[in-house]
Design a protein around this ligand. Structure first.
Ligand SMILES: [Zn+2]
Ligand SMILES: [Zn+2]
Length: 144
């Protein structure tokens, strides 16, 4: 039996296929303006992994990349436009969007950048004003 869980994902058209192994470092919701603007959605459900956990199995040449800031390199499929993941090189982590991993049980632990929220989620989870202090943020929380 393998000691590593494996979760597979693909873009909207199926050209880009990938796998993550192990367990995510953290899971939660990002409410920041950049995630909302880029995804055209009100919130981004994230799962963060060490880069070594991610392996692209097919279609690597079809992965587009754009970084508005040095913190986030946002990736998508250049054939279908489907979003894939965001590389956070300065944090040493990759956000594989929860929606990309249907086999992974999404267990959100916290909300980040809640001061920018346009969709309040009253789930009793910690609401970080920006980021936890260990990720370079203020560590401040806001009311649920
Ligand atoms: Zn695609
Ligand atoms: Zn964000």
């Amino acid at each position: 039996m393998s000691t590593h869980n494996r979760y597979t994902g693909s873009c909207f058209c199926g050209e880009v296929r990938f796998e993550v192994s192990g367990e995510p470092v953290a899971m939660g919701y990002c409410h920041c303006e950049s995630c909302r603007h880029w995804s055209a959605g009100p919130v981004n459900a994230f799962t963060l992994w060490k880069p070594s956990a991610l392996e692209v199995k097919h279609g690597v040449e079809s992965i587009g990349s754009y970084n508005k800031t040095p913190i986030s390199y946002r990736k998508w499929c250049t054939t279908c436009g489907g979003h894939l993941f965001t590389d956070h090189p300065t944090m040493g982590l990759i956000d594989v969007y929860a929606a990309m991993l249907p086999q992974l049980e999404f267990k959100p632990a916290l909300h980040v950048h809640y001061q920018e929220s346009v969709l309040r989620i009253h789930d009793g989870k910690p609401k970080m004003k920006d980021l936890p202090s260990e990720m370079g943020g203020s560590g401040l929380t806001l009311p649920d």
